[in-house]
Ligand binder design. Structure first.
Ligand SMILES: [Zn+2]
Length: 387
């Protein structure tokens, strides 16, 4: 609560400047789009992302049509935290739950084993990271935080950097980064320029691999407290990528549209629009206070990369929808999926998705990914009922 108030206060100091800069950004974008004959404010971004206005609209419609998944989660969180009404500073407050300690060897077995179950060929590729020491995992003084996978070039293998702390959660991070590594290894058949996937496909293999490991943990973990703790973290991560970024996109859409029709937008207007677009994802589960009105101004993407934010939701949900397809189809899906990853950045996302038997412009495609999130919240509701 105190940290939130401090951020609000810091943002207020020069928020008028940022509102001015934002207005200029909006107007500049309007002029560019007019001169270059783009039909909507987001069309140039969609072109850069190698996707279509239709596919992005289908994504936005599908996600905003199912905000109730997120609302239901926060209703449960409100009950579990037991602090009365929830507000913006409670969004990511840790829930009382348990985790499990895991050795590095056990984590490796869990993650590589999950990939192995999917396909021994994939398991073998992923094992290489351990055999050749392409992973740097220990936490040491001076090392940067977080985790990432570093592709180099089609002729040189990628590297993975982790900060392994021995918690169950580290297994998901390891699976995520190895997914990127797998993607890079398979795409090595491409030339240098087509090696890296576009942003909209960049998280496919990582989210997919994370889902494989997550499902294995959930299938084997017996302690309901550990299951609930891990599920809640997974939900909050997914919601901040899927629902939150689409809500951000709705805010951007409202701002660009209003700026073009009505002229300069006042600070009050921006604050009202931000609340109006962000509140629906929380429904009655969590109430945004007036302090939240200025928080649009810390999202750098609105200023330096208009239209960018939906790509996070696009990539994450695309991966979940593809994973859903695997659950439906089973082992015969493996070859098509490996070919999907091996295409790197050489082929448009809609074309690649077609090859695994799906259509990206169909809202039902996105619904498959949302069904997975819906299932996770149902499990949270079930597990928390006994608390
Ligand atoms: Zn990633």
């Amino acid at each position: 609560r105190r940290a939130s108030a401090a951020i609000t206060e810091a943002l207020q100091r020069d928020i008028r400047t940022r509102a001015y800069v934002f207005n200029v950004t909006l107007q500049e974008k309007a002029i560019e789009d007019r001169l270059r004959h783009f039909s909507t404010w987001v069309s140039s971004r969609n072109l850069a992302n190698e996707t279509s206005d239709e596919a992005v609209q289908a994504l936005v419609d599908a996600v905003s049509g199912r905000f109730e998944i997120c609302v239901r989660y926060y209703r449960v969180k409100k009950r579990l935290l037991n602090v009365g009404e929830l507000h913006e500073w409670d969004r990511y407050a840790p829930l009382p739950g348990a985790s499990r300690d895991l050795s590095y060897e056990a984590t490796q077995e869990l993650v590589v084993g999950s990939y192995n179950r999917f396909s021994p060929k994939v398991g073998k590729l992923v094992s290489q990271f351990f055999e050749h020491a392409w992973i740097d995992a220990p936490v040491v003084p001076g090392k940067g935080g977080g985790a990432y996978c570093m592709p180099v070039s089609p002729r040189h293998h990628p590297y993975v950097m982790l900060n392994f702390t021995g918690k169950l959660r580290d297994a998901l991070v390891m699976a995520h980064e190895l997914g990127h590594g797998l993607h890079d290894l398979l795409a090595a058949r491409q030339n240098f320029f087509d090696y890296q996937p576009p942003l909209t496909l960049a998280e496919t293999a990582s989210v997919f691999g994370e889902a494989l490991t997550f499902d294995r943990i959930m299938a084997e973990e017996k302690d309901p407290q550990v299951r609930l703790g891990l599920l809640c973290q997974q939900c909050e991560d997914a919601f901040s990528t899927v629902f939150r970024q689409v809500a951000f996109n709705r805010f951007e859409d409202a701002c660009h549209t209003a700026r073009r029709k009505e002229g300069e937008l006042s600070l009050d207007q921006l604050g009202e629009m931000y609340q109006a677009k962000l509140q629906p994802m929380f429904g009655d589960g969590l109430i945004l206070t007036d302090e939240h009105k200025g928080w649009w101004s810390y999202v750098g993407h609105f200023l330096f990369a208009p239209g960018y934010v939906y790509a996070y939701a696009f990539g994450n949900l695309l991966a979940l929808s593809v994973y859903h397809r695997y659950l439906e189809v089973g082992p015969s899906f493996v070859d098509a999926y490996m070919d999907f990853l091996g295409s790197g950045g050489s082929t448009r996302p809609d074309e690649l998705v077609k090859r695994v038997g799906m259509d990206i412009t169909d809202p039902m495609f996105w619904d498959k990914g949302l069904d997975i999130l819906d299932g996770m919240v149902r499990e949270v509701e079930r597990l928390s009922a006994s608390q």
